[in-house]
Design a protein around this ligand. Structure first.
Ligand SMILES: [Zn+2]
Length: 334
């Protein structure tokens, strides 16, 4: 799913930041000494021209912004707002934490209770496109109270995110959208597109190969979810917590961060949040799972069962909890 972050940006400080690091993207050379190696590699891949529009949020007086920021990942959408209107939107290309980069780009400033903080919870994005949508139109479209404002950095819940993306698409303002055959031809003809794709595919393949070998040393392995045995080619090493949200340390936590999923249903169901693992190890099944064959599959292989991987690997439990809290599909309003 795509999440949408709303970012108020009308005050003088936000305007200054927009001008300094979004309108004028930051050179990757500036970021190099300030961010970790993995972050640098991700930024390079996403911004092959070496110019990176970046934004950051402060932790906040009660560190309330951190848990919101943690829900974001590459591919999500940011919408800048202020003075009663949504004014710009972009796709988030990488999410990273760097007090050093934030302090270098924007300095520090006191919060309401006098703490000095910097905008260290950062993300990079594509070049924003201009939009002009009144809050009233957004509120109506996403089911918020008519007078609701955008007062602080917020990540919308799934239902509201989907509705806002749909609104942007209906106004042909979605940052991902391709509107004409010409734009499509232009996109696929971009040399960077192909090169990026190849680099990503080969990096992912190498990572996947290593993880899978670790989890399936022989020719066969067992799916962590449905417990059926498959030839290793039909099994994937799946990150329990989304890979893009893992810290470098978490990515190295091989036995706990990844589990084996079969390609015959389980990988799709867990990856898309229709199945999760609860605090007692039991499978949770989303009420949003469509009926028919997908529901029959879950009834046959998963419903009422407990995750063996969860039971055997106590270190994996925090990742399952994270998946349940952020990716598992709950009904809107539940
Ligand atoms: Zn399976």
């Amino acid at each position: 799913m795509t999440r949408v972050a709303l970012q108020p940006s009308a005050n003088a400080l936000s305007q200054a930041h927009l001008a300094a690091t979004v309108d004028r993207p930051v050179s990757i050379d500036t970021l190099r000494p300030l961010v970790g190696e993995a972050d640098l590699a991700a930024l390079r891949l996403a911004h092959p021209d070496g110019l990176v529009p970046v934004w950051g949020t402060r932790p906040g007086e009660r560190r309330q912004m951190v848990s919101r920021w943690l829900r974001l990942a590459a591919g999500d959408v940011v919408v800048f707002a202020g003075s009663g209107r949504l004014s710009r939107t972009a796709v988030i290309t990488h999410v990273f934490h760097s007090p050093e980069a934030a302090a270098h780009l924007w300095g520090h400033s006191p919060t309401a209770n006098g703490d000095m903080q910097t905008w260290e919870y950062m993300f990079s994005m594509t070049t924003p496109i201009d939009i002009d949508i009144e809050y009233g139109v957004m509120n109506d479209a996403i089911g918020r109270a008519p007078g609701a404002q955008v007062r602080e950095f917020t990540v919308l819940p799934e239902g509201e995110s989907n509705a806002l993306v749909a609104l942007l698409e209906s106004l042909e303002a979605a940052p991902h959208r391709i509107n004409s055959p010409e734009e499509y031809s232009e996109l696929v003809a971009t040399p960077a597109f192909e090169q990026l794709e190849q680099e990503v595919v080969s990096l992912r393949r190498a990572e996947q190969g290593y993880l899978r070998k670790l989890l399936v040393p022989g020719p066969f392995g067992r799916c962590s979810l449905c417990r059926r045995t498959f030839s290793s080619e039909f099994l994937v090493a799946a990150h329990i917590k989304r890979r893009s949200q893992c810290s470098a340390e978490e990515k190295l936590d091989f036995t706990n961060i990844a589990m084996l999923n079969c390609r015959f249903g389980c990988d799709e169901l867990f990856g898309r949040g229709f199945v999760g693992v609860g605090p007692d190890g039991a499978f949770h099944i989303s009420t949003q799972l469509p009926g028919g064959p997908s529901s029959a599959y879950v009834d046959e292989y998963l419903r009422g069962a407990t995750s063996e991987h969860w039971s055997k690997n106590p270190g994996s439990r925090r990742y399952y909890a994270h998946h349940l809290a952020t990716d598992f599909r709950v009904s809107p309003g539940a």
